[in-house]
Ligand binder design. Structure first.
Ligand SMILES: Nc1ncnc2c1ncn2[C@@H]1O[C@H](COP(=O)(O)OP(=O)(O)OP(=O)(O)O)[C@@H](O)[C@H]1O
Ligand SMILES: [Mg+2]
Length: 233
């Protein structure tokens, strides 16, 4: 595939602050003339959102780890074909709230499936379409749980509480492993501090990443402006 856009993913355990940071990052990019395609997993498509409901429903506790993984990749295939691939082909900047690293962290490490089934499916479904840059928001599970519990009574919260802190600890360890193996693509960001501080670091990373890429269609003048304003905040 002739990939012309840029694919950035946000990762982290439940309640680490992904959606908050993605919202802030999107606003900042828009103010600087970018038109990012913002999406999420599981979900991002009609079919994917239905699969998301199956995955997050507390009524489906009997879902086996492998069934969970297969559903994740079913949703991911739909998401890639309907949203990510077309947007990248148009040269867009795609921002996804979670993507394939979540499968390795949650199903591979958290559920104990190991890396093999995840990597097999990833090769089949994603192949060479991997994120260009991944930001992992890293926070202790106790901090993330406190944040998630402030958010109200959603399916996410029920599921989070059912799964528990030890599970989130394994997922976090998985994310650490991913960052250790791919330091160029994956940046581990300390999310255990005020959201504004986290956002400043994210903007610096994204800014220098976009400045180095010549694939985006924006002018060098716009990139320069982004750079100078990124430093001010
Ligand atoms: N750095 C921060 N400090 C304090 N509270 C935060 C911070 N970042 C986010 N929050 C708050 O914590 C809660 C969870 O944040 P958010 O929804 O962004 O997390 P998330 O990683 O997207 O969670 P999930 O994985 O469940 O989707 C929200 O109420 C949000 O306002
Ligand atoms: Mg979220």
């Amino acid at each position: 595939m002739n990939k012309r856009g840029v694919f950035i993913t946000l990762e982290g355990i439940d309640g680490a602050g992904k959606s908050t940071q993605l919202r802030l990052l999107t606003g900042w990019l828009r103010r600087h003339g970018y038109r990012p395609c913002v999406t999420r997993e599981p979900g991002g498509t009609r079919v994917g959102e239905q699969i998301r409901n199956i995955l997050l429903s507390s009524a489906n506790r009997k879902l086996t780890p492998l069934a969970e993984l297969l559903l994740m990749y079913a949703a991911r295939h739909q998401h890639l074909e309907e949203v990510v691939r077309p947007a990248l082909a148009r040269g867009e900047l795609v921002l996804s709230d979670r993507f394939n690293d979540a499968s390795l962290a949650y199903q591979g490490f958290g559920r104990g499936l190991g890396e093999r089934p995840v990597r097999l499916l990833d090769e089949l479904i994603c192949g060479s379409l991997q994120p260009d840059l991944t930001l992992i928001l890293d926070a202790p599970p106790s901090v993330a749980l406190r944040r998630a519990s402030q958010r109200g009574e959603g399916a996410d919260r029920r599921r989070f509480e059912n799964i528990g802190l030890r599970f989130q600890g394994r997922v976090r360890k998985g994310y650490h492993e991913i960052a250790r193996h791919e330091p160029r693509r994956v940046k581990l960001i300390n999310a255990d501090r005020p959201a504004r501080e986290v956002q400043t670091e994210i903007r610096e990373i994204v800014n220098s990443f976009l400045s180095e890429r010549s694939t985006l269609k924006d002018s060098s003048r716009r990139r320069k402006r982004l750079k100078s304003e990124g430093r001010k905040k």
